[in-house]
Design a protein around this ligand. Structure first.
Ligand SMILES: [Zn+2]
Length: 428
């Protein structure tokens, strides 16, 4: 991992840089802070005003502090503009709490939000932001024109082109936005400017990260914390994926050596990095629970009781059985050895160090599985992707050997040939 996602922790507590309450971030994006700082909201919710002309779009509305509305109104006066549309990243109260005040002041506002068919998933994170039923807040805006947002929908609003990307995981109605003109992502609570986020459904969350990674954003405008740009923006989805993979692997290792109670697992996964702050400690607990739920979904772990977990089935010391356990896994964190296996088969003459370096560079460009490697080889885009990720391309001969070694994975989503991982390899 290139960045330490916990670098802002000093002695278990968050140390955040100060952010201005209003800032112009580009020629078409301004940020107005929601003035609601807190352990989860960091310096407060970032509300973004998008556009250049008289008519503008607002992304998110803060939690409903009166000072925020005043601050926003001042900005609108200063810029000599008005808001016609509000786009909501999701319906946690720190993003929609300001909406009733706003629609009262600007009754013609059009409000865009994702409306999942299954309804809204509030209350599952156990935090204040997620505790309020969004229907309460939205119910105060009865006269408002709500417009449903669909995945992939493109909004052309006053010269800005915004594409909605449904990104469930932190919340099931979460949407990120791609600002075409700047190759920038508005990431709401899916990716923050500092640290990591609390997760409701880890499987969905990680799939959404993969999707965001594919955009290769030049900028990230997060829902909380400072804007990211350049490599920090391009790499952040991948850094988040790797961070989650590491947590999953660690939890799996602990289960394998016999850890059972949730507290044991928490100690083992977080160790001394467990935050001192009670709110953030809660987030760590929620995210470990989400990791264990994902391991259970992947057929690797099972819940034994409310507070104890175990391996999916009696773990055998037989390497073949362990291998089968791994092959049940549906995501890269448990299949990284698979990638190493393909490299080893293609290049048996390479040293362990060379194999590890090749594996690391593949992981760095988002290739976690042999199947993904095979896909990129088949489409002849692997070397291009390596170069654009700042890595040396593979020699033609190596490419050919990799093609042969990985060909059995192509078009076999969910099926992992047993030869992929050498039997001698241990689960690490
Ligand atoms: Zn949220």
């Amino acid at each position: 991992m290139d960045v330490n996602l916990a670098a802002h922790f000093k002695h278990g507590r968050q140390q955040l840089e100060g952010l201005p309450s209003v800032a112009k971030l580009s020629d078409q994006v301004m940020v107005i802070l929601g003035l609601n700082p807190g352990p989860y909201t960091l310096q407060g919710t970032n509300c973004y005003l998008i556009g250049r002309g008289r008519k503008r779009v607002l992304v998110d509305t803060g939690e409903g502090r009166a000072e925020f509305v005043e601050s926003l109104v001042q900005v609108l006066h200063g810029e000599d503009c008005e808001i016609t549309d509000v786009i909501l990243t999701h319906t946690h109260v720190d993003h929609i709490g300001g909406l009733p005040d706003l629609v009262q002041r600007f009754p013609d506002l059009q409000v865009w939000r994702c409306q999942p068919a299954s309804g809204l998933s509030f209350g599952q994170l156990g935090t204040a932001e997620d505790a309020t039923d969004p229907a309460q807040t939205l119910g105060k805006c009865r006269q408002t024109r709500f417009r449903p947002l669909k995945n992939g929908e493109v909004l052309k609003l006053h010269g800005s082109t915004l594409k909605a990307i449904h990104t469930p995981g932190h919340a099931n109605d979460h949407v990120c936005f791609w600002l075409e003109e700047e190759k920038a992502l508005f990431t709401g609570d899916h990716i923050l400017g500092t640290g990591t986020v609390i997760v409701q459904d880890l499987e969905a969350y990680m799939s959404s990260l993969e999707l965001l990674h594919s955009f290769r954003p030049e900028r990230i405008y997060p829902g909380h914390g400072p804007m990211l740009q350049g490599d920090a923006a391009r790499n952040r989805p991948r850094d988040y994926i790797q961070h989650r993979h590491l947590r999953l692997k660690k939890a799996l290792e602990l289960l394998e050596v016999g850890a059972r109670s949730f507290e044991q697992l928490l100690d083992g996964v977080y160790g001394s990095s467990l935050p001192a702050d009670a709110f953030l400690r809660h987030a760590a607990r929620r995210n470990l629970e989400a990791s264990l739920e994902k391991l259970q979904k992947d057929g690797l772990a099972r819940r034994l009781s409310a507070h104890t977990w175990g391996m999916a089935r009696k773990t055998s010391t037989n390497a073949g059985d362990k291998l089968q356990d791994r092959q049940k896994a549906s995501n890269g964190y448990a299949r990284e050895g698979e990638l190493r296996g393909v490299l080893q088969r293609a290049r048996p003459q390479w040293s362990t160090k060379d194999l590890a370096a090749a594996e690391a560079k593949l992981l760095s460009i988002g290739i976690c599985t042999a199947e993904k490697l095979a896909e990129q080889l088949a489409a002849s885009v692997l070397n291009d992707n390596l170069r654009s990720g700042g890595f040396r391309a593979f020699a033609a001969e190596t490419l050919q050997a990799l093609r042969e070694a990985s060909s059995s994975f192509r078009c076999r989503r969910g099926v992992h040939p047993t030869q992929a991982v050498p039997e001698s390899e241990t689960v690490d």
